[in-house]
Design a protein around this ligand. Sequence first.
Ligand code: G16
Length: 554
Amino acid sequence: MDEIQIASLLKSSELFPIPQSVKLSYGTAGFRGDAKLLESTVYRVGILSVLRSLKLGSATVGLMITASHNKVSDNGIKVSDPSGGMLSQEWEPFADQIANASSPQELVSLIREFVEKEEIMIGEKKKSAEVWLGRDTRPSGESLLRAAEIGVGSVLGSVAIDIGVLTTPQLHWMVRAKNKGLKATENDYFENLSSSFRCLIDLIPVSGNDKLEISKLLVDGANGVGGQKIEELRGSLSNLDLEIRNTGRDGGVLNEGVGADFVQKEKVLPLGFGSQDVGMRCASLDGDADRLVYFYIPSESSDKVELLDGDKILSLFALFIKEQLNALDDDKEGKQSRLGVVQTAYANGASTDHLRQLGLDVVFAKTGVKHLHEKAAEFDIGIYFEANGHGTILFSESFLSWLVSKQKELTDKGQGGSEEHKAVSRLVAVSNLINQAVGDALSGVLLVEVILQHMGWSVQKWNELYKDLPSRQIKVEVPDRTAVVTTSEETEALRPLGIQGAINSEIKKYPRGRAFIRPSGTEDVVRVYAEASTQEAADSLANSVAQLVKSFLG
Ligand code: G16
């Protein structure tokens, strides 16, 4: 690192002193917190993104300014690696270090040490890096994006490109496409979704002149970017009747009483929905549209919803993919392909039982899509979902190229109309429709909708796949959530000492009882999850565990 480069970093970092007495930590999905405290962090992650790009041969990296499901006064930053996935976990400790460096000199010395260790050349006349910047609709987004630009620009020869207001998955998709040499604009993203959706619609079996019946889907946009983007997408979709509410344009507040996180945790209807919607199929996106849940209102007399969460979306996707794989002829690659599913400790026990009954390989990962994604990538087709609605489907490169050549081989043999050809074509279309970079509520909605049309199912019929065990989630505010340390799968607490024994004693009191605690990586709370054979029992177990958290952690 030469003198000119050092001077550039020192000068720009003077503009962004770190906030006093706040320990910043790279959490489940990047840095997150009160937007007023984040400028220095975002500026420093701007620098990190350039180093990441240079480390990987000047590939494009993405930075997304968002705090997703958090309240509107929060913000945060997520990094898209050149693959379109989350920042490599190996770089998280460096992110933590630079975010907390107390002076420009300390920051520069940490960067200098790191670039030497990683053998990254930076400075005048060195290779250039390109970083794409996106933000959600939060009012603090624009000024934080400027801080990221300054961070990127302080490494000589690097360029920041402001792509504007986007959903998080759009940015990840665009970064992935760009680095694969594909068309990567927002229009390309929309075009890709609508054309692969159309392709799947055309492959729906219809007898004779039957026309597909299309019922309306009501979408809750969380008053965020997702509602606005799905409105833009709607014009290019046929065979889908969408009514979009909570777009944020009608004065509603982001994530307040709306959105996937609210609906999934509270299991009540979001603002803007009411008794007139009883029985309708409804979908809820989160603040940056990387999560999706479905619901319907079973009766006029209550504000409770029947929730179809990430687990149920996973089951629907798994069933459809399995059906297509079963239609493949007995050739080795097709029939013996490995379909696997990945869940977390939050997965409802009934969903795991159901997936196993389907004969699927179910594996578990820690909370955070970065952990699930890694495990899903080990399969030919890996489907991962968190119960909160974050998930996607991954196709391995080798399996996908086998599918594409099989599709061509069948066409060349004049078997273009065969059941096998249709199944292969559906799998190829799913691989295009679904965002393989990261969970994406927009592509998720389209896939759910086309599968329901394919099956001829209502949302109620889909919900009957299995019956969720009653569950409850609670957030507990404590002085220091990091005092909770869990095992790698997060099902047991190792610290504070003694708390797990006390939780186990509570669990024993409830038939089919299960409960665990973990510190959130996105909010300043400890999360409590409990399930049991009745709702009263799940509520009571969750409350007693929350009491234990309070008594052990003050
Ligand atoms: C992020 C992660 C998800 C995770 C969620 C909650 O979602 O991407 O994988 O489930 O945070 O994490 P925690 O329980 O640690 O707070 P999002 O949609 O908020 O970016």
